[in-house]
Design a protein. Sequence first.
Length: 149
Amino acid sequence: MTVSAEDCIAALLAEYAPASVLVIGDAAPETAAEVTRVAATEAPRKLEAVGRFDFAIVSGLLEEIEAADAEAVLGRLKNLHTSRFLLLADPARASLGHDALLALALAPFEHLADGRVAWRYDLDRYNPERRWNNPEDWANPHNFDRFRW
């Protein structure tokens, strides 16, 4: 089932209930949060002047700028400006493909009614805790002489 971009944005805004939202591109979220807007074409230059936000919505970025700049903006966004964001991208016109977005730790979230794909980045969901990923198993120095991998 496909949903509209507005419904997808509204669902995530309801889930996270952010106090501050950064909007890169032309998305128009309905929210009571403080909204800061940056044009997609201006994002590579103007992003350094904004602070940290609870949530970000990015639309039109991959269609408007080159792949290297888009990758830099998304990396800067997730590393410095927010722990959660939504990226709306048209796969037919995007400068970054599926594999490049997966490499940036984004996960496909929804296929939208207008043909775009909604990608989600959430630091809390990025690396889920696994039973084996602990000091008692593979990272325990006391096991280095007892087990051979």
